[in-house]
Design a protein around this ligand. Structure first.
Ligand SMILES: [Mn+2]
Length: 446
């Protein structure tokens, strides 16, 4: 079954999707927006990955079934939602579960028209015949892309346009990204709950930590916590990197046993009703930081705190990065890892060997949610109802000569925050950051 039939919109209000479509209609003029829900991906032979609808498709329809196509077009004051969905196949449903019929979908999802997916090729030319521009994400649904291109060459389209090509195929992001960047109350409710689920599951997972325990066991403990608390699972592959693996930014094989004396970095987030949380904590495998690990930890913690403190409406997101980089550079100077003046280090960006990523990303339906970080060549300014992470880190893979004592230390601390009218709200307060508190959570298990 693609979707929970009892909660066909995952519990979101139908009015929400209607209101979003209204906003899109008002921006469309005579253009058309074409979205695919995505298809079920094969894992191997006849085994499939769990299906998750494309975020933009879900955002505007609330529908989370595979192989569907939505076409939005404006009709002056309002607009039409035309859906193409697979017709019911009772034989198939014996294997994969019940799907909704066309009439039911039309009623539940507020569509103007619903057709069988097999009729898409037949209807598309006339739906596109008057369209000025077409909003469609190329490179994702190849079948739909081919159909779109062949429809544009269809006589019906060509004649109505006097043989003019369409004015352009544009990325839907230019319509939708700025809408998705600002979260409404129902989205915030999901992100908040995903954040609480993630925090509580982290606390529980910390108690499983210890020398000899497999990284995969912490992964399983964390994800068990997610599922136990009602999340659909991890929003992205959980990273459990102990020792040098903590320095590999997207490590996810989680296949080593943890060793006493090492740190372990866990980056994971639950997905609830398609919305994500994203937390990272780094802690000592055996429950206590060594002096040198703690000295680096304190630098990252300081940077994390300063970045969070700076969050407020009106502040450029780049400024959050600047204050955390400044703190990290000061710390690296204090530790004797970097030498020279702060200005020179910032100018030459020599800190990037130890901190190669940015401090923040947007968070929402996608883990690295949509929304540009620059607006007309300037850093985007934070506004209420944006949700983002703050996640400074320092990494010392065993590469840089002369820094042997720091080798295999990889530390990142990441939390999720909502920009409010007056500042920000930490969505993950259940999980401590202080070294001592982290140590005590690890030691609870002993
Ligand atoms: Mn993140």
């Amino acid at each position: 079954m693609d979707c929970n039939l009892k909660e066909p919109m995952l519990g979101f209000s139908p009015e929400l999707f209607e209101a979003r479509r209204k906003t899109v209609f008002s921006k469309l003029d005579n253009s058309v927006l074409l979205l695919s829900s995505g298809s079920v991906k094969k894992k191997s032979h006849d085994i499939e990955f769990p299906f998750r609808p494309e975020s933009d498709f879900f955002y505007l329809t609330g529908l989370c079934e595979s192989e569907c196509v939505a076409l939005l077009r404006s009709n002056g004051s309002d607009g039409d939602l035309v859906l193409f969905v697979p017709v019911r196949d009772l034989n198939k449903e014996r294997w994969t579960g019940e799907r909704m019929g066309l009439e039911e979908i039309k009623k539940r999802y507020g569509a103007t028209e619903v057709h069988g997916k097999h009729q898409l090729g037949q209807h598309l030319p006339s739906l596109l015949s008057q369209a000025g521009k077409i909003y469609f994400r190329t490179g994702t649904d190849h079948q739909l892309e081919e159909l779109l291109l062949s429809s544009l060459n269809h006589d019906q389209v060509q004649e109505s346009r006097g043989n003019r090509k369409p004015a352009g195929i544009l990325d839907p992001g230019s319509l939708l990204d700025d809408m998705r960047l600002f979260k409404d109350a129902e989205e915030l409710d999901r992100i908040r709950r995903a954040a609480v689920i993630t925090s509580e599951s982290f606390r529980e997972m910390l108690a499983y930590c210890g020398p000899g325990v497999g990284e995969w066991e912490l992964e399983a403990a964390l994800e068990f916590g997610f599922r136990k608390r009602g999340a659909s699972g991890p929003a992205y592959p959980t990273i459990v990197g102990s020792g040098g693996n903590g320095c590999v930014l997207h490590y996810s094989s989680n296949c080593q046993r943890m060793e006493s004396g090492d740190l372990v970095l866990v980056d994971g987030g639950a997905e609830l009703d398609l919305y994500a949380a994203d937390i990272t904590r780094t802690f000592p495998v055996s429950g206590s930081f060594s002096e040198i690990q703690k000295s680096v930890y304190e630098v990252v913690k300081e940077a994390h705190g300063c970045g969070i403190k700076r969050l407020a409406p009106g502040v450029a997101i780049e400024n959050i990065h600047e204050v955390t980089v400044m703190k990290l550079v000061e710390g690296l100077l204090d530790l004797g890892i970097l030498k020279g003046s702060t200005d020179e280090i910032l100018e030459k960006e020599t800190y990037k060997i130890f901190f190669p990523h940015k401090t923040s990303h947007w968070l929402g339906l996608d883990i690295h949610d949509v929304g540009t970080y620059m607006v007309q060549d300037r850093s985007r300014v934070l506004e209420p109802n944006m949700v983002l992470t703050v996640e400074p880190g320092l990494y010392f893979p065993s590469l840089n000569k002369g820094l042997e004592e720091f080798f295999n230390i990889g530390i990142r601390i990441e939390d999720d925050l909502l920009i409010t009218d007056s500042g920000s709200e930490l969505l993950t307060p259940q999980l401590p950051v202080n070294a001592e508190e982290i140590e005590s959570l690890v030691q609870v298990s002993k």
